[in-house]
Design a protein. Structure first.
Length: 147
């Protein structure tokens, strides 16, 4: 089930970060985000275990998907789709004008997921990612009526 992230989830989410990202966010950064007025965090929990989490930042009338992570053994089971749906609903309810995100150019499963929600590639940031080096594709969702 998807629910808002709480302080009690921080340890599991920090562990999930380490498992999912080569450039992972620290416990302290996650904790600061949890209490930020601009950030909304959700976790996907099953039987007390955090299997995924996501973060949407809302600032100046726009949203930015900053993180979406699923435990490696639970990928391709629809968890990311459910979390993406929660963030898009939150953005729509917050009346943002658009939502952006960045994704590794070679991460085709993620890009396909985002496109299924109406996101469209609009730019590339050359050499944005390190470890391993890769370009970032900047995607935008500007029309919530398409979803």
């Amino acid at each position: 089930m998807i629910r808002p992230m709480e302080a009690r989830d921080l340890e599991q989410v920090a562990d999930l970060e380490k498992r999912c990202f080569s450039e992972n966010w620290s416990y302290k950064l996650l904790e600061a985000g949890l209490y930020s007025q601009y950030d909304v965090y959700y976790v996907y929990e099953r039987q007390g275990q955090i299997l995924g989490y996501c973060n949407l930042r809302i600032l100046a009338g726009e949203g930015e998907v900053q993180r979406i992570a699923v435990m490696p053994g639970y990928r391709r089971q629809g968890l990311a789709r459910e979390m993406m749906g929660a963030m898009v609903t939150c953005a729509r309810d917050s009346r943002v004008s658009a939502v952006s995100l960045e994704v590794r150019q070679g991460n085709l499963p993620a890009r396909n997921l985002y496109e299924s929600f109406g996101f469209r590639a609009e730019a590339v940031r050359k050499g944005y990612y390190r470890n391993p080096p890769e370009d970032a594709v900047i995607m935008w969702l500007r029309d919530f009526d398409r979803i």
